[in-house]
Each structure stands twice: as C-alpha cells, then as structure tokens.
Design a protein around this ligand. Structure first.
Ligand code: PLP
Length: 450
C-alpha cells in the first residue's frame, strides 16, 4: 500500500500520483461512453460532439465496424517493431492511403506532432542527400499550429503554446497568415493574395541559401479558428515554392481525411504539396496513428543517396494502429463520407451564417466543409476581440457545454474563435440540433454578459 509522504517544502503529499490536467483546478465532467455523434458523462448527461473531440473522432463514437477491426487485430497481434518485421496491415494502409490521395510513399507515426517532425526531418534529409546540408530554415504562418514538439512549436504561430518553450524554439513562424478578417485591411482577394505572396518571397529571400521549405495548414485550425485563405493563395504559394525549388509541406493533420469535403484540403485548389502531414482523423479517435505522404522527388533524392530513413518512433506503424486506420479509410470510402462532409458542411455553414445575423458576438463565419469556425468579438464594427483575449472563447465553449454541445476553443492568444466540426458521419437532423443548441448557447452567453 503506497504511503503518504512529506515534500521538501513540508507539504503532505497523498499516496500515489495525481494526474496533471489541462487547466489546474478546473471542474470538468468525467466521460462515460459515446454513441455516434453523442458523448455521455458519468452523471448521464448527453453532449452532441460538435467538434469531434479535437477534430479527431471523424466517424463518431463506438462505430461497430471500426471496433470490429480493432478487436480482430488485437486478437492477432498488437505490436511488432517495424525494424524487425514488416506488417501486412501497414503495407495495406500505405497502399490504400496512396490510392486515395495520389502519393507514392507513406511514413507512419502516432501523433500529428510526430508526423510534422518527420516531415521536417525528411526535408532536411532531402537537402542533405542533394549536397545542401545548410538548408535548415523553414517558413510558416504567424497564426498557425503545427504541434507540441519543439519543431512543431517552432513552426507554430501560437503565442500561448510557444511561451513555455520559447528558449528552445526557432522563429519559423514569420509569414503573414492568409487571415483576411484581420490582415487584408480592405484589399480584395487578388490584392491580398499578392501581398501574402510578396511577403513570402521577401522572407525566403532573407533566408537565402538556408531556405529549406514552406509549411502551411491549408485551412488554419487550432490557432485562429478555420482561417480560410483567399482562392488563388495556395496555388500562388505552390508556384513560388516551385520556382525556388523549395518543398511545400501541407500540414493536413486537422484538414485531411475528408474533413473539408475533399480527401485533402489542398485539393480544393488543385495543389499537390511535396509532403502532406496527416493525423487526427486517420485513427479517428480509435487509435493514435498519423502519417507523412511523400512525393516522388523527395523519395528519389533519398533513394539515390543513403537509401534509408533511420528516424522513427517505437509505436510507429504498429499493426493495431494500421488496422484501425485502414478500417477508417474503408469506412470513409464505402460510406461516402467525403461527399457527406461537403453536403452537411453546406447546411452547417448556412445555419452558422443565420446565427451570425442574430448574434452580434459572431464577427465572422469561415471554413470549408465540416471544418467551420466562428470568430467572436466584443464589438463587431471595431472587430475587437475583447479583453482579456481568450475570455470570449472560453465563455462560449462553456455556454455550449451547459447546453449539451461540445465546440473546440481555437485561439492562440491573438483572437477569440471556436471550431464547429462534427463527425463526418453527421446527419441533417443532427446538424439542425447542433445549430439549435449553439443558438441557445449564444443567447445564454449574451444574457449573462448584459
Ligand atoms: N498540426 C495541426 C494542423 C494540428 O491541428 C495539430 C493538433 O491540433 C497538430 C499538428 C499536432 O497534432 P497532435 O496533437 O496529434 O500531436
């Protein structure tokens, strides 16, 4: 039986460790179980999962097909190291993923952050194999989120999450973000795109022979709330990278796997990045699994050089995660979930715009498919985020939870925003219910404030 101890400062420490939670001291419900788009807590309260957890549970909860695949694989074998054995499940996953996205190579990891790091390392290796080892400077958006590891945070324009690790981070997050609501200053889409691309060119010029690549979220997620670029921007950026021979890396951890109404968000603009990072919806909440999709040019350079990729993670490409991700891909295809995301996304968008006409606190509605964001403001004309920044986001998230609706707080310390991103399996009736609950949340939020 573990004994209570006394700490160095003389405080009594109860036996056993206590879990470090998200926000110290915050009262959160305990989760019990999930069914479809609904999650239940241990007090029996039901919540409509309007954000798929963290834009992850793309098939909803307790999906029988995925549970069957998980169970069958678990009974065969759950772990074998990829340095010792090939895995049929991982081979099948790579083949299916390649067929659904058009990439010839796939590297498997466990989390979005690991996959982002892998994409950076593969790019560094690409340059090294080509005899340019000094290319190590990446460029990313000043409002962005690319993960909690040091490379991912170095790319991230997310002051709140960077703060604690700043001493070890690079300042890769220099590019003006395609965030028209705050940065276009009256320019139309074409003028704003020109400004963005010119600024990117200046940053790359400054990097000179150290420039290694450009990393972007095609639609920005966790840092600013579904920041959707003007049409033409991603194509122009891809053109600029091509001109300069620099790899374009799309971080589609949040936007990939059909979330925006296309398998990859880059496909909305007919752009094929050199590397694509996937996570979240790949395991859809049933297993931690992520990937980097790799184009021919990157692989060819490595194949012609050392012909090996030695870095990886212990659990990367484990048979259980691969079997789950394969079942998720099969479900996406056989149930037409990419098309459903596009259809239900239109319904959701129309409903959110109607809410914005009724609730002054909604400054902008933006996003693609089932990745929609609401920017929240204390003064719509001045576009003021209110003070302190983040408080409106928090209030809206809690108001929604009180109504039995989960939304994702998507603010990095520069604005207030929430993501509305239900599972891709959502029905028309469930979207109607989501909108009703959100309407009630904003009504209660406004009446609390006045
Ligand atoms: N990249 C993007 C675009 C993300 O949204 C996230 C997580 O929110 C990550 C990377 C990091 O993924 P993970 O939390 O699985 O490490």
């Amino acid at each position: 039986m573990p004994q209570a101890t006394t700490t160095r400062s003389g405080r009594m420490q109860p036996a056993g460790s206590r879990l470090i939670k998200f926000f110290f001291g915050e009262e959160l419900p305990f989760v019990s179980h999930g069914r479809g788009v609904f999650v239940y807590d241990t007090d029996g309260r039901r919540y409509l999962d309007g954000c798929s957890g963290a834009v992850t549970a793309n098939l909803g909860h307790s999906d029988p097909e995925i549970l069957r695949a998980l169970h069958e694989q678990a009974e065969r074998i759950t772990f074998a190291h990829r340095g010792t054995f090939h895995s049929e499940q991982s081979e099948a996953l790579a083949e299916r993923l390649g067929a659904m996205t058009g990439y010839p190579y796939v590297f498997l990891c466990n989390s979005g952050s690991e996959a982002v790091e892998t994409a950076l390392r593969l790019t560094l290796q690409y340059w090294r194999e080509r005899g340019e080892p000094n290319r190590s400077q990446f460029a990313s958006h000043a409002v962005s989120y690319h993960g909690a590891t040091l490379g991912g945070l170095s790319l991230s324009g997310h002051p709140q999450r960077r703060r604690v690790a700043e001493a070890l981070l690079h300042e890769f997050n220099e590019l003006t973000p395609p965030y028209a609501y705050r940065f276009a200053e009256g320019r139309d889409d074409a003028e704003f795109t020109e400004l963005l691309v010119n600024h990117t060119a200046e940053v790359l010029d400054a990097h000179g022979p150290a420039a290694a690549g450009v990393v972007v979220e095609p639609v920005g997620g966790a840092a600013g709330g579904a920041i959707t670029p003007p049409d033409g921007y991603l194509q122009a950026l891809a053109g600029l990278c091509r001109e300069r021979g620099l790899p374009l890396i799309a971080d589609e951890v949040m936007t990939g796997m059909g979330r925006t109404g296309m398998m990859l968000a880059s496909q909305h603009w007919d752009v094929r990045p050199d590397l694509v990072v996937l996570g979240k919806g790949m395991g859809a909440g049933y297993a931690p699994v992520s990937a980097v999709l790799v184009s021919e040019e990157i692989i060819d350079a490595i194949a012609a050089g050392t012909a090996s990729v030695t870095n990886g993670h212990t659990y990367g490409g484990n048979p259980l995660g691969s079997a789950v991700a394969l079942a998720v891909l099969e479900a996406i295809e056989s149930r037409g979930l990419v098309a459903n995301a596009a259809e239900r996304g239109k319904q959701l968008r129309a409903g959110l715009e109607a809410l914005a006409r009724r609730h002054e606190v909604i400054g902008e509605v933006r996003g693609l498919g089932l990745l929609q964001g609401l920017e929240l403001v204390s003064d719509r004309v001045a576009r003021s985020p209110g003070a302190p920044i983040g408080s409106l986001t928090r209030a809206a998230t809690f108001a929604a939870r009180d109504q039995g609706l989960l939304v994702y707080p998507a603010t990095g310390g520069i604005n207030n925003a929430i993501l509305v991103a239900p599972p891709l399996t959502v029905t028309a009736e469930e979207i109607d219910l989501l909108l009703e609950l959100l309407d009630a949340s904003f009504t209660s939020l406004t009446s609390e404030e006045s």
